[in-house]
Write a protein that binds this ligand. Structure first.
Ligand SMILES: Cc1cc2nc3c(=O)[nH]c(=O)nc-3n(C[C@H](O)[C@H](O)[C@H](O)COP(=O)(O)OP(=O)(O)OC[C@H]3O[C@@H](n4cnc5c(N)ncnc54)[C@H](O)[C@@H]3O)c2cc1C
Length: 303
């Protein structure tokens, strides 16, 4: 694909981009081949122009946040990879219990901001290494809560560059799913959260306690994309995998974590195909032994 026109357009708009950018630098798995063109738009207006340009010129677009739920192909990603990050990361208190922020802000910063302003409800998200857009797309959750309990509305961009507001009742938020994941045709640009007044010290304490639990249970010392599989109804993926004797199962540099079987970790130099082979082998064995089909939570992107 010839990206001459796109590059000229990005330069005219003063938009930062890189060619053949290794996605291993933009995923928490530290895995992934090159993105043809990796773009970091600043602001909703520029983002909208870039998306419209790509659409008019039939350039495929892949949106990424912090890459903490992605397994990117070793062959990389064709087209434009748009990183919705720092360029959309404003945050402000818009009412006594309401926070508005860009979708490119880290969840951890949103949680800290809420705590500092004495607002409770986001404690569960402390320690989830995603950005707000990726968290809404996934309806990220932990410790008996999820984004669905705190979001009130968000602004989204369509492929033709149009912007609209979507309220929570239209988001179809379910277990690790949303209308954004179902349709894959919108980019979230900002969000509004409605929280409960609380005591700053109590909120901080809950955040610390939950984070300690994460550190105890999860292999945070290795690159990963968090839980590899969704939780099957009435079960835990990690428990099933462990029962099948697969803790420590390894292909190349990818391994079922010894600490938490629900995580596949990159022990060093793992490729996406190593991880895929572990996912396939684990799913197959668990199905053979338990008749339960594990469904990946991690998203596969790229060639
Ligand atoms: C150590 C570790 C612990 C984790 N713990 C949890 C946990 O407790 N609970 C949990 O739910 N998840 C957890 N995760 C997974 C991950 O952090 C979440 O799914 C997170 O919400 C993904 O956000 P992201 O910004 O990294 O999105 P990415 O991984 O970059 O993208 C995920 C998907 O969202 C889409 N997307 C991203 N931004 C936008 C946007 N602005 N508009 C539209 N679509 C967008 C992408 O196209 C992609 O399809 C964990 C991951 C790790 C590595």
């Amino acid at each position: 694909m010839d990206y001459g026109l796109l590059k000229a357009f990005l330069e005219k708009e003063g938009c930062i981009y890189k060619e053949n950018e290794p996605m291993s630098a933009h995923t928490t798995f530290k895995i992934g081949g090159p993105a043809d063109i990796f773009i970091k738009p600043v602001g909703e207006e520029v983002l909208s122009k870039v998306v419209a340009f790509c659409s008019e010129n039939e350039i495929p677009v892949t949106v990424v946040g912090n890459g903490s739920n992605l397994l990117v192909s070793d062959l990389g990603i064709e087209g434009a990879v748009i990183h919705v990050g720092n360029g959309l990361s404003d945050i402000e208190l818009t009412d006594f219990n309401e926070i508005s922020c860009g979708s490119g802000i880290k969840l951890s910063l949103l949680c800290s901001f809420a705590a500092e302003n004495g607002l409770s409800g986001l404690e569960f998200a402390w320690g989830i290494p995603g950005l707000v857009g990726g968290a809404l797309y996934m309806n990220a959750g932990a410790y008996d809560s999820e984004m669905a309990n705190v979001i009130s509305e968000c602004r989204v961009l369509s492929k033709n560059g149009e912007i609209e507001t979507i309220t929570k009742d239209k988001m179809k938020l379910g277990y690790r799913t949303s209308i954004f994941k179902e349709k894959k045709n919108k980019i979230i640009t900002s969000a509004k959260f409605v929280l409960q007044p609380g005591l700053r010290d109590n909120i901080r304490q809950t955040m610390d306690t939950l984070f300690e639990r994460r550190k105890l249970k999860q292999p945070l010392e290795f690159p990963s994309a968090g839980s590899t599989f969704k939780r099957p109804t009435g079960n835990f993926a990690g428990t099933l995998i462990e029962k099948c004797g697969l803790k420590g199962f390894t292909v190349g540099g990818a391994q079922v974590s010894e600490k938490h079987a629900g995580f596949i970790i990159n022990k060093g130099n793992a490729t996406a195909s190593d991880v895929k082979r572990v996912i396939e082998a684990v799913s197959e064995r668990v199905f053979l032994e338990t008749s339960i089909r594990l469904e990946p939570e991690v998203e596969f992107v790229g060639r």
